[in-house]
Design a protein around this ligand. Structure first.
Ligand SMILES: [Zn+2]
Length: 244
């Protein structure tokens, strides 16, 4: 068994247990100043301290004994050193006593460990998904907890357009068209512009631009499923007509 202590607030309470009632009784018969203390202690202690650990208010005990509290504490510590009582003093800090020897190695079920690891990885994926979400953060969070929310909260970094390009250049137009086609064909988001040399950041910015412009709509924030709006479809038809 081991004990582990950490700082604790000063308190007048002690945990006390009489280890040897017999020696306590015998020592009380030996003439001297200790006998006075022991006899007073024996008359005053609650009987439960003979049965097991008991919280004792040191101030009250000292008052009943008509002794000074610090001297009672010193006396109890002396008795503890002699193995007559056992004492846990809040002044010494909080003490945790292990009821069983601590194992140097924990017995862990490999399947449990694997499940826990998979669970942790899923949670981490969710956090990464949140930070990389292409839609409104609030909508993503609420969807995560199974609640529906407006497509835009108007307050998060996405809604405030922190990642959205201010202007769409001519070079972006072809990319926007490809994104619209991906959405129209319900391609998984991971494949959108995957063959174009576009950073995920830039890609997400363009997707946000399309959503903000009302061309596409995020229908499943967690699964990142978009649908093309009628406006988006019209744009798609227009550009394909131009391309032909
Ligand atoms: Zn938002």
């Amino acid at each position: 068994m081991g004990a582990w202590a950490l700082p604790y607030r000063r308190s007048g309470s002690i945990l006390l247990r009489v280890e040897s009632a017999e020696r306590l009784a015998v020592d009380a018969t030996v003439p001297g100043s200790l006998a006075g203390f022991l006899n007073s202690l024996r008359r005053t202690l609650p009987s439960r301290v003979y049965l097991g650990w008991e919280s004792v208010d040191l101030e009250r005990l000292a008052t009943h004994m008509e002794w000074d509290a610090e001297r009672v504490r010193d006396g109890l510590r002396y008795l503890a050193q002699r193995g007559i009582v056992e004492l846990v003093d809040a002044e010494d800090g909080l003490v945790v006593e292990w009821t069983q020897p601590r194992m140097s190695r924990l017995q862990i079920d490999a399947n449990d460990l694997d499940r826990a690891r998979q669970h942790a990885v899923r949670r981490l994926d969710d956090v990464i998904g949140y930070t990389e979400s292409v839609g409104c953060r609030r909508q993503y969070l609420l969807a995560y907890f199974g609640e529906s929310a407006p497509a835009r909260c108007g307050r998060c970094d996405i809604c405030l357009g922190r990642h959205r390009p201010d202007v769409v250049t001519r070079a972006d137009e072809s990319l926007l068209r490809q994104l619209l086609e991906h959405a129209a064909q319900s391609d998984p988001l991971s494949t959108w512009l995957s063959d174009a040399s576009v950073s995920p950041r830039k890609r997400n910015a363009l997707i946000d631009w399309l959503a903000h412009d009302g061309m596409i709509r995020l229908v499943d924030p967690i699964g990142e499923v978009f649908e093309v709006t009628p406006k988006g479809l019209r744009a798609l038809q227009r550009t394909s007509a131009t391309a032909e």
